[in-house]
Design a protein around this ligand. Structure first.
Ligand code: KG4
Ligand code: ZN
Length: 348
């Protein structure tokens, strides 16, 4: 007999407040994502205090809407899965406390899951035939990591960034160019108008071949912009002053495209190297930067030549969302894992 288990997922690790219901780890019945990004824009990055206050205000409403849109009722739920880390402390605390209260009130088991591993899981929601093992590349605003995924509870870190995360590098480069926050989508958009071969940017080498480094390329963009900024009255060391007003639009697009190309080439080369080193011909990509079309197209093309199959989640599931949390929670619960009322933030 097939028993259906509906899992309520809760995600509040950064600026999003998200609740989702996923059936048997695969079928997304509802996935509500509310972002406080517009309140952070003027600061050029996420302000933790603003994020957690917004989450406190919206989480109950987002969860109500998620249950309403799923077409099921509270009594049809079998498990609550919540992000326990890594993430912003105040934000995680809101999600965990809310999930615990619901678990207690509804008499449901609760499980805390790792946010990065949930980004890996996102591809299972779109690709029903995806199977273990595989290599996973997670590229977000806070992380850039390569994993060997043998099972949902057997995930080995192969390499990670030594300094800035990949999304963070996009955000900082955009800030240098005066393009606002978040930087990834706007750099991608401008890159379509630019020449990716115009400027030779490179990501720094790392001692270990599967590690990453993005802080050098960000500095290279800063120096290039400084050099190209003519007679700006605001020429100070503060990067925010180098912007559109003093540079030609064509040049800004070329810088954006050249920066994006160098970062993407590094992500692709290292991911395919990990596949070759581990003799695995399946690669799963996740996290906010995985929404980038140039990365998607170029990786598909290069991987195909090496006989490697690549899986991306649909774009909405690349961003932070609770469906991936519910999905991974289901798989771990099925393996016998669960948490208790002592569930706490896990930022290890
Ligand atoms: O996974 P995510 O939504 O949140 C974190 O867990 O960090 O990732 C957000 C990051 C931001 O740094 C943003 O600039 C980047 O993902 N991003 C992109 C694109 N869309 C979002 N980077 C490059 N190209 C994009 N299209
Ligand atoms: Zn994330």
């Amino acid at each position: 007999m097939n028993i259906t288990m509906n899992v309520l997922g809760i995600e509040t690790s950064c600026d999003e407040t998200s609740a989702a219901i996923v059936s048997n780890g695969k079928e997304v019945l509802s996935n509500i994502i509310s972002s406080s990004i517009k309140f952070h824009k003027k600061y050029g990055g996420v302000i933790p205090e603003i994020a957690s206050r917004m989450q406190l205000e919206t989480i109950a409403q987002v969860t109500d809407q998620c249950i309403k849109e799923s077409g099921i009722s509270r009594k049809d739920l079998g498990l609550i899965s919540v992000t326990s880390g890594p993430g912003l402390l105040g934000s995680l605390l809101v999600g965990i406390s809310f999930a615990k209260a619901l678990s207690f009130g509804l008499g449901l088991p609760i499980i805390g899951v790792n946010h990065l591993y949930a980004h890996i899981y996102a591809s299972f929601l779109n690709h029903k035939s995806l199977s273990l093992p595989f290599i996973a590349l997670i590229v977000s605003g806070g992380h850039t990591s390569l994993f060997l995924v043998e099972d949902f509870d057997k995930i080995k870190l192969l390499g990670q960034t030594q300094d800035d995360a990949c999304g963070e590098a996009f955000d900082k480069a955009a800030k240098i160019l005066g393009l606002g926050y978040p930087g990834g989508p706007v750099i991608e958009k401008l890159s379509y108008k630019g020449n990716p071969g115009k400027i030779k940017f490179n990501c720094s080498d790392t001692k270990k071949p599967l590690n990453f480094s993005f802080s050098g390329i960000k500095t290279a963009v800063l120096y290039y912009v400084k050099k190209s900024t003519v007679h700006s009255p605001q020429t100070t060391d503060k990067i925010k002053y180098y912007g559109l007003s003093t540079m030609d639009h064509r040049l800004i697009s070329d810088i954006a495209a050249s920066f994006q190309e160098a970062v993407i080439d590094t992500l692709i080369n290292k991911s395919l190297l990990a596949c070759r080193m581990k003799k695995i011909n399946k690669l799963v990509v996740g996290g906010g930067v995985a929404a980038n079309n140039r990365l998607r197209e170029k990786l598909f093309e290069k991987a195909k030549r090496g006989n490697i199959k690549v899986y991306f989640p649909e774009k909405i599931l690349c961003m932070d969302n609770a469906a991936m949390i519910a999905g991974l929670g289901y798989q771990l619960f099925k393996k016998g894992y669960s948490s208790g009322m002592d569930l706490d933030i896990d930022n290890t």
